[in-house]
Write a protein that binds this ligand. Structure first.
Ligand code: AHR
Length: 532
């Protein structure tokens, strides 16, 4: 080979290596994501009740998680853990759904009031003893301590209409009835506020295996007779009555929604509902088999893809509701949602104990964004469940407490409570792993009660950061700052010994010529406010 040929060949080889390198690295450098926000285009209110919680008598959700009793060495106020109260206050919990779940349709409120409590069983959740030491007064005290509101589920399954009516009179009457006097004697002369009333729970399954028609008849009777007497809730601030709704997307569920909503469309003065409940867990396999940590990218992608089905489910049931309630008077309340994984090895199988990883933070953000995009119809949601059960905010073990990645998302989203939705347009791009393809980026924007523009950006892709270019119309943006949540691994968790593995960190962004640019980390949730 001549010297010239050999030099040409070497140049060609160097060129090929450089091109190959450039191509492979450009594969890693993803396209800039363009997000456009026009502040003059406002949508519905993002109801604070979308950030509701659910606390059932299940495992360590109540006992151990909230209630330790007044004599416990764990610091408490009237038996309620101070550390948990402090943490929940910071996320501005709008309402807590209680006492269940399946438990609600076997709950008899009289067992949980007064100086002597009945000791019963909890057949749904491990068949364990239910001491009833946490009852109506303790729940209302807890709600008061965290600055929240009560979403009480009345027993429509094994209870009677009279039992339900008496409970509401006991809680809310202001006049000197026998039940009002009993409440006063038990320590609370002033009527309690019951903001929301659940009319049974999953009446198509653990709530009594009812047909939609049977449920409808029974529910109508409850809506009429189970009355709220609180004088402060008569004209304004009326109690919202939430009927049992669907638990999926199959015909069985669309028939349920159709039956209840068709009847609502023709309802008379003597009955009515203000909401229809929907339950939708991210499970993939039943019984739940996915690990809550110690998983790989396959399970990451599969779970997050599955969670996005929430959007179609809302669309499907909203379309039926629109037929009978075009003015959207009845809210869709997703009062059980979240990830449901296999119970932790060694834990009681009936206690639904699972870990909570960075994946759950992303899952929470994706669902909250879906709810926000449907805020005209979806005006309430309750993640399952608040403490120590399923996708929890808080995990406790005796005196120890740790805040989960999901908790941090709820805290970052506080500015979205009662904010005004602002539509955003963006090129989401795709994140592909094996057979799973998902939108790579998600985003919402809103005008907060504080008047500020708030933007949330989720980067689903666990391998690539995302360069964001945000075009802002209708606002003279100067800078932006906020918080971002990520961690070293998709299954990073916070533990009692290492509680700060997944915690938000400050982030700021540059604004030039009305465009804001920032880079968000792989597998991250970011919330920023735009300063004018
Ligand atoms: O959240 C656990 C259970 O899931 C609830 O009790 C029930 O309503 C649902 O099936």
């Amino acid at each position: 080979m001549s010297a010239t040929k050999s030099i040409r060949l070497r140049c060609w080889l160097v060129y090929s290596v450089l091109v190959g390198f450039a191509l492979s690295s450009s594969f890693l450098i993803a396209q800039t994501v363009q997000i456009s926000v026009d502040v003059s285009q406002t949508g519905p209110k993002i109801d604070r009740n979308l950030f509701g919680q659910f606390a059932e008598h299940l495992g360590y959700g109540i006992y151990g998680g909230i209630w330790v009793g007044p004599d416990s060495p764990i610091p408490n106020t009237r038996g309620i853990r101070n550390d948990v109260v402090g943490a929940l206050k910071a996320i501005h919990v709008p309402n807590v759904r209680w006492p269940g779940g399946c438990f609600a349709d076997e709950y008899h409120w009289r067992n949980g009031i007064g100086p002597k409590r009945e000791v019963t069983l909890n057949p749904n959740w491990g068949g364990v003893i239910e001491p009833n030491t946490f009852g109506t007064h303790e729940f209302m005290d807890f709600i008061d301590q965290i600055g929240s509101e009560a979403y009480v589920s009345v027993n429509l399954g094994s209870g009677t209409v009279k039992e339900g009516a008496d409970w509401l009179e006991y809680m809310t009457a202001a006049q000197a009835t026998t039940l009002e006097q009993e409440r006063a004697a038990n320590g609370h002369p002033a009527p309690y506020k019951v903001a929301l009333l659940g009319l049974g729970n999953e009446s198509w399954d653990c709530g009594g295996n009812m047909t939609p028609e049977y449920y409808l008849d029974r529910m109508k009777v409850f809506t009429h007779f189970v009355r709220n007497y609180n004088p402060a809730q008569q004209d304004r601030d009326q109690m919202q009555k939430i009927a049992v709704g669907p638990g999926g997307g199959d015909q069985r569920w669309t028939d349920w929604t159709e039956t209840v909503m068709k009847a609502y469309g023709q309802h008379t003065w003597s009955w009515g509902i203000s909401g229809l409940s929907m339950h939708n867990y991210t499970v993939v396999k039943w019984p739940p088999a996915f690990k809550s940590f110690g998983f790989g990218e396959d399970e990451y992608a599969q779970i997050l893809k599955a969670t996005l089905e929430m959007d179609d489910l809302i669309k499907k049931h909203s379309a039926i509701m629109d037929k009978y309630d075009p003015r959207k008077k009845v809210a869709l309340i997703v009062d059980e949602w979240g990830a449901w994984y296999a119970p932790l090895p060694g834990s009681h199988q009936g206690f639904l104990v699972q870990q909570n990883s960075l994946r759950d933070a992303i899952l929470a953000a994706l669902n909250l964004n879906i709810f926000a995009r449907h805020a005209d119809r979806v005006r309430g949601a309750n993640i399952a469940q608040m403490i120590n059960v399923l996708q929890a905010m808080i995990l406790t073990e005796k005196e120890k407490m740790v805040l989960t990645p999901t908790y941090h998302v709820f805290k970052m989203y506080v500015p979205f409570q009662d904010s005004t939705f602002i539509p955003v347009t963006f090129n989401a791009g795709t994140y592909k792993h094996g057979e799973f393809t998902l939108p790579r980026v998600d985003a919402i924007a809103a005008k907060g009660k504080d008047g500020e523009l708030w933007v949330e950006i989720t980067n689903v892709d666990p391998n690539q950061s995302a360069e964001i270019e945000l075009s802002l119309a209708g606002i003279n943006a100067k800078s932006a700052s906020g918080e971002t949540l990520t961690a070293p691994k998709i299954d990073s968790i916070n533990t009692f010994d290492a509680p700060n593995t997944v915690v938000p960190k400050p982030i700021s962004a540059l604004v030039r010529g009305g465009k804001l640019t920032l880079k968000v980390e792989p597998k991250s949730v970011t919330v920023i406010s735009v300063e004018q």
